[in-house]
Design a protein around this ligand. Structure first.
Ligand code: NAP
Length: 256
């Protein structure tokens, strides 16, 4: 067996929350290119179905689009059930769904705090809780939580978002301990600044963007495809002795 075989995901089924666009879509595509069958989601079922069709055409993998709101446990449970039924199991969960409401501590409202924390942090917990019994039963599984550079540092006006992403590392470590006896690993993948919808306010403001890029040692924003390799590593046998850890793919942002 060559080391490259360790990265293959044949016969694995992955569920990528929010995999219809942006970072989740690139990760879903990477897993499909490595051989996995992939269920990807959107809160809008039609959008998920369209993305799944496009991904199946592009990769040749089995892809399923599902409607899912990570704020709704019953919806999470039924999406997991459908992925298992239609794709034949569940082995890999990527908790990618996330939002950002940019407010500082003087502005942040209870509603916005609750919305961001409930989506980014509780949403990841809900999906993991729904999938974990199956991973435990088969004594193999991977949970990948999408953190952020703001899991370990902060920038101004990110009160709720940075708190939620710092929480992702705590959740990752706690779940890693709970699931290690069952041969299930839990790790965080922490992107820096990437070209996606969530960063529209930065992309639309050339001066702000220029200031932002000064803080990236590699001098550019990430392309979602830059995360494919790290995601396949964390989803595969290649990372079998790694759990409770975080992999930073941020152009060097968190080095300073
Ligand atoms: N872009 C960056 O620079 C960056 C950096 C660090 C971390 N991240 C993280 O990467 C992840 C993906 O973000 P992105 O950059 O790809 O942004 P994006 O293009 O805005 O994608 C966000 C995804 O989350 C889904 N989503 C939002 N709320 C949801 C909910 N309540 N239930 C289910 N799905 C929901 C969206 O699906 P629908 O709207 O279709 O429902 C969409 O697919 C997020 O966790 C984000 O915090 C991004």
């Amino acid at each position: 067996m060559s080391v490259l075989d360790l990265f293959r995901l044949d016969d694995r089924v992955a569920l990528v929350t929010g995999g219809n666009r942006g970072i989740g879509r690139a990760i879903a595509e990477g897993l499909a290119e490595a051989g996995a069958s992939v269920a990807l989601t959107s809160r809008d079922g039609d959008r998920a179905a369209k993305a799944a069709r496009e991904m199946a055409d592009h990769t040749g993998a089995r892809c399923l689009g599902l409607a899912l709101d990570v704020r709704d446990q019953a919806g999470v449970d039924s999406a997991v059930a459908r992925a298992r039924e239609e794709l034949g199991g569940i082995h890999i969960l990527v908790n990618n769904a996330g939002i950002n409401i940019r407010q500082d501590i003087l502005e942040v409202s209870d509603d916005n705090w609750e919305t961001v924390l409930d989506t980014n942090l509780a949403g990841a917990m809900r999906c993991a809780r729904a999938v974990a019994p199956y991973l435990k039963e088969q004594r193999w599984g991977r949970i990948i939580n999408i953190g952020s550079m703001l899991s370990v540092v902060a920038i101004a006006a990110r009160t709720a978002y940075a708190s939620s992403k710092h929480g992702i590392l705590g959740l990752t470590r706690a779940m890693a301990l709970d699931l290690a006896p069952h041969n299930v690993t839990v790790n965080a993948l922490c992107p820096g600044v990437f070209k996606t919808e969530i960063n529209r306010p930065i992309l639309n403001d050339p001066d702000y963007l220029k200031e932002f890029l000064k803080r990236v040692p590699l001098g550019k924003m990430g392309d979602p495809a830059d995360l494919k390799g790290a995601a396949v590593f964390l989803a595969s046998e290649a990372s079998s002795y790694m759990t409770g850890s975080a992999l930073h793919v941020d152009g060097g942002w968190t080095t300073q």
